[in-house]
Write a protein that binds this ligand. Structure first.
Ligand SMILES: *Cc1c(COP(=O)(O)O)cnc(C)c1O
Length: 356
């Protein structure tokens, strides 16, 4: 890293919303981090600038062919007022991995991490301190070149914006109802399901809407070829506890490699639990259920950390998991991870980074 990050202060500071009004992704802080790319200059002009609308040409490539990628992570306020990030280097590595697949030139990971930390330091007062709240961090890249031909853009903008968010759970963890989707598919091997590109989400909206209309919270995707094997849930990876062992789909080229997934696997192994990363047939989940061996199901992701699953509906086979109650592993993992994130527990894995 040899670039200096310029600071352009916002003239007017916005009032901060009350913790009870935060919700998710509704409020944005006073500043953002910006980096530009031009073919001749590479990534250049790193700066922290006032949060403001962008001006883009209507022909900018991002609007037409979806060359757009993103990340998501959080900053957490500890009881003694410090601010911690959780494994941010993993997000930056994953961003570059996504860039590679989407033909976007790679970023200097050190510069991005430095920009991220400086931005949060400047916006420290925006990190809320009520139980369960956090500052959501959204890095993203868009193709900005005005051009209608189909090819990788010659110019890009990288931005990091920040949004204070409320607690995901009001009190206890609450199990969700999941609809196993048999018609629509999310991704196939060779496609872009394993990277965080915006189009994956656009492609998922209709199935999500259908699940909601049927009274479910989220979709569980099956593999795109045979609709036989479990992939993941909405924006979460999925885990099953069967007969005391934990199963999760292996990273097969169409599943997103969640950082929460990785942390859960490390923690479980540390606790001496057998974790099997395998290809998992939905039929085998149903068989385990009918035999009374399906003990717990939960999703993992930055937003919820752990989301217990209380019901799975596959082809009208309704599986009520653990009496629609939060399971033992779900609860233990939730506390283990959030205690590290909020600085309440010893961080033996070295996962947190303090903002100085
Ligand atoms: C971001 C994301 C996840 C979860 O990843 P985390 O790093 O744990 O937040 C899972 N699935 C999809 C499709 C995602 O986009």
């Amino acid at each position: 890293m040899n670039q200096v990050i310029e600071l352009i202060q916002a003239d007017v500071k916005k009032p901060k919303p009350k913790a009870s009004e935060l919700g998710f992704g509704k409020y944005f802080t006073d500043h953002m981090f910006v980096l530009d790319y031009e073919k001749e200059k590479g990534w250049h002009s790193p700066r922290i600038a006032p949060y403001q609308p962008l001006t883009l040409d209507p022909s900018a490539l991002v609007f037409h062919y979806g060359q757009s990628v993103f990340e998501g992570l959080k900053a957490y306020r500890t009881e003694d007022g410090r601010v911690l990030l959780f494994r941010p280097e993993k997000n930056v590595q994953r961003l570059n991995n996504t860039c590679k697949r989407m033909c976007i030139p790679p970023l200097d990971e050190e510069l991005v991490l430095e920009g991220l930390q400086q931005l949060i330091e400047i916006e420290k007062d925006w990190v809320p301190d009520q139980e369960g709240t956090s500052l959501y961090i959204r890095p993203f890249i868009i193709a900005t070149e005005p051009y209608l031909g189909v090819r990788p853009s010659n110019s890009y903008k990288f931005l990091i914006i920040l949004s204070p968010v409320g607690a995901y759970y009001a009190g206890q963890l609450s199990p969700v109802k999941i609809y196993v989707e048999n018609d629509y598919v999310r991704a196939i091997k060779g496609g872009v399901g394993h990277v965080k590109t915006s189009g994956n989400y656009a492609a998922s909206l209709l199935a999500q809407k259908k699940a909601e209309e049927l009274g479910y919270d989220q979709v569980l995707w099956l593999d795109g070829r045979e609709r036989k094997y479990v992939e993941e849930v909405g924006s979460m990876n999925i885990f099953f506890k069967i007969n005391g062992e934990v199963f999760t789909p292996k990273l097969n080229g169409s599943i997103l490699s969640g950082i929460t997934r990785d942390s859960v696997i490390e923690l479980l192994k540390d606790w001496g639990v057998t974790v099997r990363e395998e290809r998992i047939a939905i039929e085998d989940i149903y068989t385990a259920y009918t035999k009374g061996e399906l003990e717990e199901v939960f999703g993992t992701g930055t937003a919820a950390v752990i989301s217990p699953v209380g019901e799975l509906n596959w082809n009208n086979h309704k599986m009520i998991v653990n009496n629609f109650e939060t399971g033992e592993f779900s609860l233990k993992l939730y506390h283990a991870i959030t205690n590290i994130q909020y600085g309440k527990a010893h961080d033996k894995f070295g996962w947190t980074v303090e903002i100085k």
